[in-house]
Design a protein around this ligand. Structure first.
Ligand code: SF4
Length: 291
């Protein structure tokens, strides 16, 4: 993927090119990685297919090796199908999809790290239900993945997408920002709206620590994917309504990097702090992190 240095640069260069943003990201990334546009499109198509397959591979009876994760996506699906929910069918699908793909990751299925394995549920959680409701094509969703990857590349370049480096704000936060931009694109929003959605999504996740119980990407990771997806929806919705972030996206990304560097090691994927240090986590895993 192309290394875009700023969201502002990405947007201004896209405007100059006269291309839709997905195509600008596609062309630029091909130039940098020296592959043809056909090859790139095929690879992104395979990425989308793998994302879809990770959703379809769910087994409601399977639990993770630790026993901490499994079956919650099915509970959510049953609740949504009952019609008796607070949030309604679409949001119920988003929550269920985030749980589905994240549980599959915990159960060692093949998933798409988008941008990481721990945050693999966020993008499919918003893209698949939205595509279903709007009857979108596979090509539409591949284009949305290019949009998400363009903004994700900026975050990776300017800050980090690693929980070990900058906390969960860099994993679930980045996934949420990428998903927000993809949603704005799919809903017909303009480039400024995409930029604003990224800024708002990341601000809402600022300071989120990485604290996996026993060092396993299970608790709180699986349910945190739901939060990332819901935040993406809200950020995209606000941006599409014309609400702007008072702080530009690039400054938010830079701030996330600073905040990440201030987090102690115990809150950066070591499984030693945060929820991982709760009494119940200690009782479940008295010998500490497994990794
Ligand atoms: S808590 Fe850590 S391991 Fe879990 S999703 Fe967040 S960054 Fe990844």
């Amino acid at each position: 993927m192309a290394i875009f240095e700023s969201t502002r640069g990405l947007i201004e260069e896209t405007e100059k090119s006269g291309l839709p943003i997905w195509e600008y990201v596609l062309k630029t990334s091909c130039e940098e990685s020296n592959i043809s546009e056909e090859q790139s499109w095929e690879m992104m198509g395979k990425t989308f297919d793998a994302m879809l397959e990770s959703y379809r591979s769910y087994d409601q009876f399977q639990v993770s090796a630790s026993g901490l994760v499994g079956g919650d996506a099915e509970k959510m699906r049953v609740a949504r199908n009952s019609g008796d929910t607070i949030c309604g069918s679409f949001i119920g699908s988003v929550i269920a999809t985030a749980l589905t793909v994240s549980e599959c990751n915990a159960c060692m299925h093949r998933i798409v790290a988008a941008p990481t394995a721990g945050s693999c549920g966020v993008l499919p959680a918003v893209l698949l239900p939205y595509a279903h409701v709007k009857d979108l094509s596979r090509d539409d969703l591949i284009k949305a993945l290019y949009v998400a990857s363009g903004f994700g590349a900026v975050i990776a370049q300017r800050a980090s997408i690693s929980g070990a480096e900058a906390g969960c704000q860099a994993e679930i936060g980045s996934a949420s920002a990428m998903a927000a931009a993809a949603l704005v694109y799919l809903h017909g929003g303009d480039l400024r709206m995409m930029e604003n959605s990224v800024a708002m999504a990341l601000k809402n996740m600022m300071g989120l620590v990485c604290d996996p119980v026993a060092g396993l990407v299970e608790v709180p990771c699986v349910k945190r994917n739901v939060a990332g997806a819901m935040n993406a929806l809200a950020s995209a919705e606000m941006a599409l309504a014309g609400i702007e972030s008072r702080i530009p996206a690039d400054e938010v990304i830079d701030t996330m990097k600073v905040v990440g560097s201030m987090l102690p090691p115990s809150l950066r994927e070591t499984g030693e702090g945060g929820i991982a240090a709760s009494p119940t986590a200690h009782r479940l895993f008295p010998d500490g992190p497994k990794i």
